[in-house]
Design a protein. Structure first.
Lengths: 139, 135
């Protein structure tokens, strides 16, 4: 029963994690806008999401067992907190003399876009929680 | 929690940019300092940024790796009345390029603002995350 509640939320939980990771990368790009030879990086959200979804089903939440009759831990979704997306280098549109490839317009655009989508996922989670509460209370 | 790391990254960039602004202020203030503690004209200083790893291996912060002295040649002006003028009447003045420093100042201040915005956005997102499940 609880597992089902967990499953319902796990998709957006994974999405939030990948979005958070991406936000961090873009923040690093913005921070290094003036660093010589810094190459802008980003993750491909689609493949990162697929990797994260494949990753979570394998992991098991292990508990210490003191008796042979104890049950094994269930495979738990969303337990993994490792980096799911492999960061790639952004293609250079207008290179600069110092070898820096950060394009501030692209980065700002992606930063806002990613932030909005993060908040969208939060809104979805909130809506799902409300839905579950309504179902539980049966009113 | 990767969003918290945004504070470290943007914070490191903000302190690096403010150090850059500091050298600009020093260069502009000393644009006419014909002598200094060691007797030579003031030399313009420039910062060199470098990326540093943070808690997350892929997202890097910034630090000022070193402060170098500008290699531009000093300005030589003709001013026979100046106490430091040589026998031909020339004074060696600092190699500070005021126009370049003004551009540097604007660039540093804009980069600083960008990082403040980044930090604010991350803060809003984290605060909104804290309200999950509240009615």
């Amino acid at each position: 029963m609880l597992n089902k509640l967990d499953d319902a939320l796990s998709f957006h939980q994974t999405a939030l994690r990948v979005r958070g990771q991406r936000q961090e990368l873009i923040a690093a790009n913005i921070a290094n806008a003036d660093t010589p030879n810094y190459k802008a990086r980003d993750i491909d959200f689609k493949s990162a999401m697929q990797a994260a979804a494949a990753d979570i089903s394998k992991e098991t939440f292990n508990t210490a067992k003191t008796s042979a009759r104890h049950l094994d831990g269930m495979p738990s979704k969303g337990m993994s907190n490792g980096a799911s997306g492999e960061p790639l280098f952004r293609p250079v549109i207008q290179g600069s003399v110092d070898g820096n490839t950060v394009d501030m317009d692209v980065e700002r655009n992606q930063f806002v876009d990613n932030g909005i989508r993060y908040e969208a996922s939060l809104t979805m989670i909130n809506a799902q929680l409300k839905k579950m509460l309504a179902a539980i209370q049966g009113q | 929690m990767s969003l918290f790391n945004v504070f470290n990254i943007s914070g490191s960039a903000m302190s690096a940019q403010s150090q850059r602004l500091n050298t600009v202020a020093s260069n502009l203030a000393n644009a006419d300092s014909a002598t200094s503690a060691n007797g030579t004209p003031y030399k313009a200083k420039q910062v060199v940024f470098s990326a540093i790893p943070t808690k997350s291996p892929d997202a890097s912060g910034v630090k000022v790796q070193k402060v170098i002295e500008d290699s531009a040649p000093p300005k030589v002006v003709y001013d026979p009345k100046h106490p430091l003028a040589d026998e031909k009447g020339y004074v060696t003045m600092p190699n500070v390029n005021v126009t370049e420093e003004m551009v540097n100042m604007i660039s540093a201040s804009r980069s600083y603002q960008n990082n403040v915005e980044t930090m604010n956005a991350a803060k809003t997102m984290l605060l909104k995350t804290l309200t999950i499940g509240q009615q």
